[in-house]
Design a protein around this ligand. Structure first.
Ligand code: ZN
Length: 127
């Protein structure tokens, strides 16, 4: 009975792996943007274009950070033995769902209800 930490050892490993990938990607993006801007500096390039690139980079970055936050939250829940329980209704989240979406903190029903409320702050994830 109950969710023991070792029940989620595989998911925990997966999350840690994903976390390090995201953090590395974040690092790479920052480096690339820096290089890009340096390369273009003094060039006669279209300012609008590089502004657009910066915006894309920002979107990409903030998206990665949102994911990172979810991963950290899931890891914290595993440590505390709260993982796999819906944050909204306290129902258990099915293992199938957790395997597909390791950092879901809501059960299917609550998730669907939230999505039906229309675009929220996560709307850009679905674009
Ligand atoms: Zn729920």
């Amino acid at each position: 009975m109950g969710n023991k930490r070792r029940d989620f050892e595989n998911i925990r490993k997966l999350l840690l792996q994903k976390k390090s990938i995201l953090m590395a990607a974040d690092q790479n993006i920052s480096e690339e943007i820096k290089k890009e801007i340096e390369n273009r500096h003094g060039d006669d390039v279209d300012v609008a274009e590089s502004a657009y690139e910066q915006e894309m980079a920002y979107l990409f970055k903030s998206r990665g950070q949102g994911e990172l936050k979810l991963i950290n939250e899931a890891l914290r829940k595993i440590e505390k033995g709260e993982y796999g329980v819906c944050a909204e209704c306290d129902d258990k989240i099915s293992k199938m769902r957790l395997a597909a979406m390791p950092y879901s903190i809501f059960c299917v029903e609550c998730q669907e209800e939230m999505e039906n409320k229309g675009p929220g702050e996560n709307a850009m994830f679905h674009r």
